[in-house]
Design a protein around this ligand. Structure first.
Ligand code: HEC
Length: 128
Protein backbone atom coordinates (compact mmCIF):
# COMPACT_ATOMS: atom_id res chain seq x y z
CA UNK A 1 0.00 0.00 0.00
CA UNK A 2 2.77 2.43 0.97
CA UNK A 3 4.58 1.54 -2.24
CA UNK A 4 1.49 2.32 -4.25
CA UNK A 5 1.13 5.67 -2.53
CA UNK A 6 4.77 6.46 -3.17
CA UNK A 7 4.46 5.54 -6.83
CA UNK A 8 1.44 7.76 -7.08
CA UNK A 9 3.31 10.67 -5.48
CA UNK A 10 6.16 10.25 -7.92
CA UNK A 11 3.69 10.21 -10.76
CA UNK A 12 1.75 13.23 -9.52
CA UNK A 13 3.83 15.07 -6.88
CA UNK A 14 1.55 18.11 -6.72
CA UNK A 15 -1.54 15.92 -6.31
CA UNK A 16 -2.98 17.79 -9.26
CA UNK A 17 -5.43 14.97 -9.80
CA UNK A 18 -7.43 16.40 -6.88
CA UNK A 19 -7.49 19.94 -8.26
CA UNK A 20 -10.79 21.08 -9.57
CA UNK A 21 -10.85 23.15 -12.68
CA UNK A 22 -13.77 25.57 -12.40
CA UNK A 23 -16.55 24.97 -14.90
CA UNK A 24 -14.51 22.33 -16.68
CA UNK A 25 -12.35 25.01 -18.19
CA UNK A 26 -9.02 23.90 -19.52
CA UNK A 27 -6.32 25.42 -17.38
CA UNK A 28 -4.19 27.83 -19.33
CA UNK A 29 -0.60 26.72 -19.13
CA UNK A 30 2.03 29.30 -19.82
CA UNK A 31 3.84 27.49 -22.59
CA UNK A 32 6.70 29.96 -22.71
CA UNK A 33 7.46 30.38 -19.05
CA UNK A 34 11.01 31.47 -18.22
CA UNK A 35 12.57 30.54 -14.89
CA UNK A 36 16.14 31.35 -13.84
CA UNK A 37 16.94 32.39 -17.38
CA UNK A 38 15.74 29.11 -18.86
CA UNK A 39 12.79 28.61 -21.18
CA UNK A 40 11.20 25.74 -19.26
CA UNK A 41 9.47 23.96 -22.12
CA UNK A 42 12.63 23.54 -24.18
CA UNK A 43 15.50 24.11 -21.75
CA UNK A 44 16.93 26.82 -23.98
CA UNK A 45 18.60 29.89 -22.47
CA UNK A 46 16.55 33.06 -22.42
CA UNK A 47 18.37 35.46 -24.71
CA UNK A 48 17.88 37.53 -27.84
CA UNK A 49 16.42 35.28 -30.53
CA UNK A 50 15.07 32.65 -28.12
CA UNK A 51 11.55 32.50 -29.52
CA UNK A 52 12.81 32.38 -33.10
CA UNK A 53 14.81 29.30 -32.18
CA UNK A 54 11.90 27.78 -30.25
CA UNK A 55 9.54 28.32 -33.15
CA UNK A 56 11.85 26.98 -35.86
CA UNK A 57 14.14 24.47 -34.23
CA UNK A 58 12.13 22.47 -31.72
CA UNK A 59 9.34 21.23 -33.99
CA UNK A 60 10.99 18.09 -35.34
CA UNK A 61 13.39 17.18 -32.59
CA UNK A 62 14.13 18.19 -29.05
CA UNK A 63 16.12 21.31 -28.28
CA UNK A 64 18.63 19.00 -26.60
CA UNK A 65 19.75 17.83 -30.02
CA UNK A 66 20.36 21.45 -30.93
CA UNK A 67 22.31 22.52 -27.86
CA UNK A 68 24.44 19.44 -27.45
CA UNK A 69 26.12 20.51 -30.68
CA UNK A 70 28.64 23.31 -30.26
CA UNK A 71 29.40 24.80 -33.63
CA UNK A 72 30.67 27.95 -35.24
CA UNK A 73 28.61 29.98 -37.71
CA UNK A 74 29.85 28.14 -40.80
CA UNK A 75 28.99 24.74 -39.39
CA UNK A 76 25.57 25.91 -38.21
CA UNK A 77 24.81 27.26 -41.67
CA UNK A 78 25.92 23.93 -43.14
CA UNK A 79 23.80 21.93 -40.68
CA UNK A 80 20.77 24.06 -41.49
CA UNK A 81 21.41 23.60 -45.21
CA UNK A 82 21.68 19.85 -44.66
CA UNK A 83 18.31 19.78 -42.86
CA UNK A 84 16.79 21.84 -45.65
CA UNK A 85 18.10 19.50 -48.32
CA UNK A 86 17.31 16.24 -46.58
CA UNK A 87 14.85 16.78 -43.71
CA UNK A 88 12.27 19.20 -45.12
CA UNK A 89 13.42 22.12 -43.03
CA UNK A 90 11.83 25.24 -44.44
CA UNK A 91 13.62 28.32 -45.73
CA UNK A 92 14.38 30.40 -42.64
CA UNK A 93 14.85 33.71 -44.45
CA UNK A 94 16.09 36.45 -42.15
CA UNK A 95 15.49 34.22 -39.15
CA UNK A 96 18.53 32.14 -40.04
CA UNK A 97 20.87 34.96 -39.00
CA UNK A 98 18.93 35.43 -35.74
CA UNK A 99 19.04 31.70 -34.98
CA UNK A 100 22.73 31.24 -35.77
CA UNK A 101 23.61 34.37 -33.75
CA UNK A 102 21.64 33.01 -30.81
CA UNK A 103 23.39 29.63 -31.03
CA UNK A 104 26.97 30.85 -31.37
CA UNK A 105 26.45 33.44 -28.62
CA UNK A 106 24.72 31.24 -26.07
CA UNK A 107 26.23 27.86 -26.91
CA UNK A 108 29.75 28.72 -28.02
CA UNK A 109 32.25 26.16 -29.13
CA UNK A 110 33.99 24.88 -26.04
CA UNK A 111 37.67 25.61 -26.38
CA UNK A 112 38.72 22.47 -24.58
CA UNK A 113 35.96 20.00 -25.01
CA UNK A 114 38.37 17.12 -24.85
CA UNK A 115 41.62 16.32 -23.21
CA UNK A 116 44.63 17.96 -24.75
CA UNK A 117 47.13 15.79 -26.53
CA UNK A 118 49.82 14.41 -24.31
CA UNK A 119 53.12 16.22 -24.56
CA UNK A 120 56.59 15.71 -23.11
CA UNK A 121 56.08 12.05 -22.48
CA UNK A 122 58.97 10.07 -21.16
CA UNK A 123 58.59 6.50 -22.28
CA UNK A 124 60.13 3.84 -20.18
CA UNK A 125 60.91 0.21 -20.78
CA UNK A 126 59.16 -2.51 -18.95
CA UNK A 127 61.67 -5.11 -17.83
CA UNK A 128 60.23 -8.50 -17.30
C1 HEC B 1 11.53 19.91 -40.49
C2 HEC B 1 12.11 19.24 -39.36
C3 HEC B 1 13.29 19.91 -38.68
C4 HEC B 1 13.38 21.18 -38.20
C5 HEC B 1 12.31 22.25 -38.19
C6 HEC B 1 14.70 21.32 -37.65
N1 HEC B 1 15.39 20.15 -37.77
FE1 HEC B 1 17.23 19.76 -37.02
N2 HEC B 1 17.09 17.86 -37.69
C7 HEC B 1 16.00 17.29 -38.30
C8 HEC B 1 16.20 15.87 -38.46
C9 HEC B 1 15.21 14.89 -39.06
C10 HEC B 1 17.47 15.60 -37.92
C11 HEC B 1 18.16 14.25 -37.78
C12 HEC B 1 17.70 13.73 -36.45
C13 HEC B 1 18.35 12.50 -36.04
O1 HEC B 1 19.39 12.14 -36.58
O2 HEC B 1 17.79 11.88 -35.10
C14 HEC B 1 18.00 16.87 -37.43
C15 HEC B 1 19.25 17.01 -36.82
C16 HEC B 1 19.71 18.17 -36.27
C17 HEC B 1 21.00 18.31 -35.60
C18 HEC B 1 22.04 17.21 -35.44
C19 HEC B 1 22.88 17.19 -36.69
C20 HEC B 1 23.98 16.19 -36.61
O3 HEC B 1 24.90 16.33 -37.40
O4 HEC B 1 23.91 15.29 -35.78
C21 HEC B 1 21.10 19.59 -35.20
C22 HEC B 1 22.28 20.21 -34.49
C23 HEC B 1 19.88 20.27 -35.60
N3 HEC B 1 19.05 19.37 -36.22
C24 HEC B 1 19.63 21.59 -35.37
C25 HEC B 1 18.48 22.25 -35.78
C26 HEC B 1 18.29 23.68 -35.69
C27 HEC B 1 19.28 24.68 -35.15
C28 HEC B 1 17.05 23.93 -36.18
C29 HEC B 1 16.39 25.28 -36.38
C30 HEC B 1 16.93 26.10 -37.42
C31 HEC B 1 16.46 22.65 -36.60
N4 HEC B 1 17.39 21.67 -36.34
C32 HEC B 1 15.20 22.50 -37.12
C33 HEC B 1 14.86 17.94 -38.69
C34 HEC B 1 14.55 19.25 -38.40
Amino acid sequence: MATLLLLFLIYDPTLSIFEKTPDNQVAIVDEDKIENGIHLRTGLKDAKGLMTVVNNCTNCHSAKLVIQNRMNKERWDATIRWMQETQNLWDLGENQQIIVDYLVTNYPVLEKSRRENLANITWYEIND
